[in-house]
Design a protein around this ligand. Structure first.
Ligand SMILES: Nc1ncnc2c1ncn2[C@@H]1O[C@H](COP(=O)(O)OP(=O)(O)OP(=O)(O)O)[C@@H](O)[C@H]1O
Ligand SMILES: [Mg+2]
Length: 394
């Protein structure tokens, strides 16, 4: 008989309610009201509803579910970036909710490191400086921290790039830096919130493979969040599926496929239609170049040339999205002494961060340029290419 695997992380009856009138929400919850009913009656969002699960040491646990189902909130409650409303998080038999501020910071650095979708790299430091940062703030001497950081840079396949600035790297490479940075502290566990969602499908597959090989080599425990059932099945030793704040089913890919708990799980597994699961924010990328409305045509031209693009997104000083300037028009502006403002193409399609891919498909099909993703105030948040939209429906 193999010895029973060690449980590294235990989440017990976790709840997270957002809003003021939480007692009323709890009363309704007891009566069996669902998330939307509770929100309607009390204004409280039940982000996490009685979630319990265990993660064994050395395993990858994947949380999957529709947008808004509570995945990020769970991961943020584990390292107390969000304070749980009730319930407990036990890590190596230690109650994380009871740690002091100082112990908590140490926990985040050395026990459970977080890797984000948007990389969170520091642009004023090179790759090495970013990867070594965690050791630096812990007071590790330069030579030692750079040695350790280089080991991790090699591990993620970025040797030779250590003195580059993150902004000169591709999305996939930046995420490798993010992973190397998390690994440098040698944490017991990696908390990864949709780390690969912004990458294009091929790079994404590479990164999944890379993560698996790193995990096998270093025997790390990983809690990984995704929208993508293929990614979940590829990476997860164990998979938990969330809906409306609840953890509906936990099991291996095999168990879930052969014995789905309900129709939601079944739909999730068989549904090839990712366009009903992904939103614009999950596939958007940062535009490689931006031009300000107040820029002169010479500057606009040099920005485009430097970035090797034939058109660029134009914003005003408040990041409000204005339109697109083509290279052709920028050249025209310079030779005819016209302003950028007069040549910006303004009828460019925009979408919101939370728009479903299925709903933006028609726009993506007819647009000349990648769709601009804007927030409520019209500020540019990212762009979505036609290819990104198409690849999420295959
Ligand atoms: N700071 C907050 N204040 C109020 N409500 C919040 C807050 N953060 C999240 N929520 C709500 O809690 C619920 C769960 O959100 P969460 O971000 O955990 O979902 P998710 O599964 O990670 O979604 P996504 O796939 O879009 O990242 C949602 O209904 C969301 O609107
Ligand atoms: Mg999330």
């Amino acid at each position: 008989m193999p010895s029973k695997a060690e449980v590294l992380l235990k989440v017990n009856n976790l709840y997270k309610l957002y809003g003021v009138n939480r007692q009323a929400a709890r009363d309704l919850m007891k009566k069996g009201a669902d998330k939307s009913e509770i929100l309607k009656q009390t204004g409280v969002t039940v982000a996490v509803n009685n979630v319990s699960f265990e993660v064994e040491r050395g395993k990858i646990f994947v949380l999957i579910g529709l947008s808004g189902s509570g995945k990020s909130t769970v991961i943020r409650c584990i390292n107390m970036l969000q304070q749980p409303s009730s319930g407990s998080v036990i890590f190596e038999n230690q109650d994380i909710g009871k740690l002091s501020r100082k112990e908590l910071l140490e926990f985040r650095r050395t026990k459970a490191s977080m890797v984000f979708q948007n990389f969170g790299l520091m642009s004023h430091r090179d790759v090495l400086g970013n990867v070594a940062y965690g050791l630096e703030i812990r007071g590790v001497k330069r030579e030692e921290r750079e040695y350790k950081a280089m080991e991790m840079i090699k591990m993620v396949g970025l040797e030779g790039w250590e003195h580059q600035n993150p902004s000169s790297l591709s999305g996939g490479m930046r995420q490798r830096v993010g992973i190397a940075r998390a690994l440098t502290n040698d944490p017991e566990m990696l908390l990864m919130d949709e780390p690969f969602s912004a990458l294009d499908p091929l790079v994404r597959r590479d990164m999944q493979f890379e993560l698996l090989s790193i995990q096998r080599k270093m025997n790390k425990t990983i809690l990984f969040i995704t929208h993508d059932i293929d990614e979940a099945f590829m990476l997860g030793d164990m998979i938990g599926i969330m809906r409306d704040g609840k953890l509906i089913q936990v099991g291996t890919a095999e168990e879930m496929t052969s014995n789905p708990a309900d129709d939601y799980v079944r739909d999730f597994i068989v549904s090839a239609d990712k366009s009903r699961v992904f939103c614009a924010k999950h596939v958007m990328i940062t535009p490689s170049s931006l031009i300000r409305l107040s820029d002169g045509s010479g500057k606009a031209l040099s920005i485009m040339k430097r970035n090797g693009v034939s058109s660029s997104y134009v914003i005003d000083d408040k990041m409000t999205f204005i339109g697109v300037l083509t290279l052709e028009d920028a050249m025209k502006a310079r030779s005819e002494n016209l302003s950028v403002e007069s040549l910006v193409i303004r009828d460019v399609e925009t979408v919101k961060e939370d728009d479903l891919i299925a709903d933006i498909m028609p726009q993506a099909a007819r647009t000349r340029f990648p769709l601009a993703v804007v927030d409520e105030e019209g500020r540019l948040k990212g762009i979505v290419s036609k290819a990104a939209v198409l690849s999420s429906i295959s």
